[in-house]
Design a protein. Structure first.
Length: 690
């Protein structure tokens, strides 16, 4: 044969025979580099573009398994149209799962479709029946594939109960002595179709190029109400720290308001060097307690307890007491040290030094933290440092703590968090980490990808209708929702927003209702219920007499307290699944920009809540809100009964537009249960990609 003919050409890659394309898989974060997030019991709805050249029938399957399992479970994917396919699976237990998509040309279904059309047109299909018999013969065990429920290995499949069915069907199709109508009926039967679906020839199937991951966390990662409390202020004497035993006396109060998580700022020994005085004064008096974030003294570091609070045994008793009140304890995880921390003497290599040999204290211009040394994560001794910091978390897990609020994670390397959180969650999958990163959006999002269960947000600075709508549409209707769970803190020891400073008690009510109903996770810092709103100076978001620098006992038994409103709001959240997730959020039209209207629907569609809030804490606002009656499966003139769960009042509205009047001196908003017999499904999976 002459040179240059096919026999002398180089061999081609057999993969070129795979004609099906699998692309556009969703959800997928950064080409599968990071997992998406779910909680136990939730579904993962997976969609993909699956197509090929020509006109043959395509089939697709969603493959999923618990990480570490050898075989795949399969779910047939349904065609949505325009070459888009979808299927779903549930995550049944804590841990990590994997999923991917496989597509193939369904040759039997292609043949079946052509046979049906030709026979229906009255054509002779003898040849087509012989083709069908040959197709079935090719699915004989020695040439077929294993059950699709297992990973195909390429080895011969064992005998299967379907083999006899295929043998008989092939024989009937090829038997010219049987009436053609009978042969066609057998070929087109649903029973044979189901059998072939189990035994499809997938030797040339195309599997998506990435194995994607999903982390299944505890339900508390998705839904919870947080209360922040300084235990040292839980007593009655401002001249000394309260103990854990005294702080346990506040547990019934916190539990009575319906909170799920009690978050404590750092409870470790506080340094003496450069200790801050009241209102962040550079000079502290001999009895000033200092900032809990200046961690470490001669009494110990991150695995010790501030002596004024008690001992580790006292803390253990406090955690158990909280558990009896159905409260989970969250600890602050602040990776930094006071100049007196044992780390400074034992591991000076873990800190960054100036040219003169001194250690540089922490700064966030114009703020200066002279009492804090930042840790140098780029130290030459970084490995021993990283292992030690992971050990600190494991230490507190050993003392019953499974929830951590992480201070300023955006000032520590991404790789550290990916490694540390990944290692901890593999051993303790029920742990939860809240990222306190008030930083740039992309940094905040990347930290969520690195493994944080929840994230602080810009909610505090979103007070106008348009900015609330835009921001929460991004959080709940874009791909951000696949990996970032917002936790809406209405205030923190560091943040007293101008809105609260100037809006008085109604402003606190407004922000409470917004935080608790816009987000499935929200929190308040102690004193919020008393509407504490005095800043240290005009233009500052710092509290006057900040609890960060002094002990502040409070009288919570005040007639103007919002504790009863908080109790009602948290009770409504517990009773209504619609408020226990973020995905069901939708905003609705109003004719007054000071009125915001939005709804939330439960995953199964059985629970529907409608919120209307006056954003103006100073003035009565009124106007019309537009109900999405069509989305609720109702006609434009339908009547709807709504029950205000805050005030136990019922309203009967008719048609799309209905009148609302909200006076902040009486009520700032409605939290309405929409009472419908049934609801059409809501497309939670339709996301506006950003």
């Amino acid at each position: 044969m002459a040179a240059g003919t096919a026999s002398s050409a180089p061999a081609l890659d057999p993969q070129l025979r795979r004609r099906v394309v699998v692309e556009g898989v969703h959800p997928e974060i950064d080409c599968g580099r990071f997992p998406i997030k779910r909680v136990v019991g939730e579904e993962v709805v997976v969609s993909a573009d699956v197509h090929a050249d020509g006109h043959e029938v395509i089939a697709a399957a969603l493959l999923h398994r618990k990480r570490g399992e050898s075989g795949w479970r399969e779910v047939p994917m349904a065609a949505l149209g325009n070459d888009r396919w979808q299927a779903r699976f549930a995550v049944g237990e804590l841990g990590e799962y994997e999923y991917t998509v496989e597509g193939w040309i369904d040759r039997f279904e292609t043949w079946r479709h052509e046979l049906s059309k030709k026979f229906g047109a009255g054509q002779d299909v003898s040849s087509e029946l012989l083709e069908g018999a040959a197709l079935l013969q090719r699915l004989r065990p020695e040439r077929g594939a294993q059950s699709p429920s297992a990973e195909r290995s390429g080895r011969d499949a064992p005998p299967h109960p379907d083999d006899d069915i295929l043998e008989r069907a092939a024989a009937e199709m090829a038997d010219s002595g049987v009436a053609m109508e009978t042969r066609v009926a057998g070929a087109l039967s649903e029973s044979l179709r189901r059998t072939l679906a189990r035994r499809a020839d997938r030797r040339l199937a195309t599997r998506y190029g990435h194995v994607l991951r999903v982390v299944a966390e505890t339900v508390r990662a998705r839904f919870g109400a947080w209360y922040e409390m300084f235990p040292r202020s839980a007593g009655t004497d401002p001249s000394r720290s309260a103990t854990f035993d005294e702080a346990a006396g506040r547990l019934p109060y916190v539990a009575s308001m319906g909170f799920d998580v009690l978050y404590l700022p750092p409870i470790h020994p506080i340094g003496r060097s450069f200790r801050k005085g009241p209102n962040n004064a550079l000079e502290a008096g001999p009895h000033d307690p200092g900032s809990p974030w200046a961690i470490g003294s001669a009494e110990g570091g991150h695995d010790a307890v501030e002596p004024g609070l008690g001992t580790l045994e006292d803390f253990d008793r406090f955690v158990e007491a909280a558990r009896r009140h159905e409260l989970e304890i969250a600890l602050d995880l602040a990776y930094q040290a006071s100049p007196d921390h044992p780390y400074v003497a034992a591991h000076p290599e873990w800190f960054r030094r100036r040219p003169d040999g001194s250690i540089k204290y922490a700064e966030n211009p114009p703020k200066k933290y002279q009492d804090i040394y930042p840790i140098n994560f780029e130290s030459e001794a970084w490995e021993s440092l990283w292992h030690e910091l992971k050990r600190v978390v494991e230490f507190w897990i050993g003392h019953g703590v499974k929830i951590f609020r992480v201070d300023n994670p955006h000032t520590k390397p991404y790789p550290f968090w990916t490694w540390a959180l990944g290692e901890i969650k593999r051993q303790h999958p029920d742990t939860i980490f809240l990222s306190e990163a008030f930083t740039r959006p992309k940094v905040m999002r990347y930290l969520a990808k690195c493994g944080f269960s929840q994230s602080y947000t810009y909610f505090t600075w979103r007070n106008e209708k348009e900015e609330i709508t835009e921001y929460f549409t991004e959080l709940t209707r874009s791909d951000v929702r696949e990996y970032l769970r917002p936790n809406l803190f209405a205030n923190t020891p560091d943040i007293l927003h101008e809105y609260l400073q100037e809006g008085g008690r109604p402003a606190f009510q407004i922000r409470l209702i917004l935080a608790a109903t816009l987000g499935a996770n929200y929190g308040i810092y102690s004193g919020f219920e008393l509407a504490e709103n005095v800043a240290v100076r005009p233009g500052s978001e710092e509290y006057l007499d900040s609890e960060k620098y002094q002990i502040r006992p409070r009288n919570f038994d005040q007639p103007q307290s919002l504790a009863e409103l908080i109790r009602r709001v948290n009770g409504i959240r517990r009773d209504h699944p619609a408020l226990q997730r973020d995905r069901g959020l939708r905003f609705h039209q109003t004719d007054n920009r000071q009125l915001i209207c939005y709804s939330k629907r439960s995953a199964d569609g059985s629970d529907l809540m409608l919120m209307i809030v006056n954003l103006d804490p100073h003035h009565m606002q009124h106007g019309f809100v537009r109900l999405p009656l069509t989305d609720w499966g109702l006609g434009p003139d339908a009547a709807v009964e709504v029950h205000d769960l805050l005030w136990n009042e019922r309203y009967f509205w008719r048609g799309e537009w209905n009148y609302v009047r909200l006076d902040p001196e009486a009520r700032v908003g409605h939290v309405l249960h929409v009472q419908l017999a049934s609801l059409p499904p809501q497309d939670d999976e339709a996301v506006a990609l950003t």
